[in-house]
Design a protein around this ligand. Structure first.
Ligand code: THU
Length: 163
């Protein structure tokens, strides 16, 4: 596939708050909000929650797990996705909702996954040949939805590049 063919039209949907979401997305975000409560973030004070929806309807929750040796910690998204991959290897990931809570200020814009988490999402999307919907939310206000990781990681490196 040429570089030109790989470039996609970026496409996001924006909602002014969670009440505008459909029931499925609303419920998944509620699970991510629940997960925020159990985050372990004593160093950044920035609590992140993620909820992964599998094809069979199972929802996996994850949150950031920090460490005194900072790089040893892991983001909420990867905690949830890797649990899903480890325990439900054959279940496609349909969607992931992400939200946060800061001890310092109210986050009023959608949190967007870090580069490493995007790469991990790209791996599952490629592995299962199915787009993963990403629902991004702050504590209040706008919610952003991408229907695929393609929007978040254009020109992604995948197993196709290893051939
Ligand atoms: N973090 C996540 O869990 N997910 C993200 O998408 C961005 C950042 C975590 C990592 C760290 O524990 C804290 O937030 C501050 O960067």
């Amino acid at each position: 596939m040429s570089i030109e063919q790989k470039i996609v039209q970026l496409k996001f949907e924006s909602y002014s708050n969670e009440t505008e979401l459909n029931q499925l997305d609303f419920n998944l975000l509620a699970k991510a909000k629940e997960a925020v409560q159990k985050a372990y973030a004593p160093y950044s004070n920035f609590h992140v929650g993620a909820a992964v929806l599998l094809e069979n309807g199972t929802i996996i929750q994850g949150n950031n797990q920090e460490n005194a040796a900072y790089p040893s910690g892991l983001c909420a998204e990867r905690v949830a996705m890797y649990y899903a991959g480890a325990n439900y290897p054959n279940q496609k990931i349909k969607a992931i909702a992400i939200t946060c809570h800061s001890e310092n200020e109210t986050i009023d814009k959608p949190i967007s996954p870090c580069g490493s988490c995007r790469q991990a999402m790209a791996e599952y999307e490629t592995r299962h040949q199915q787009p993963i919907k990403v629902i991004m939310s702050g504590e209040v206000g706008e919610i952003l939805i991408s229907e695929s990781i393609q929007n978040l990681l254009p020109l992604m490196f995948t197993k196709e590049d290893l051939k």
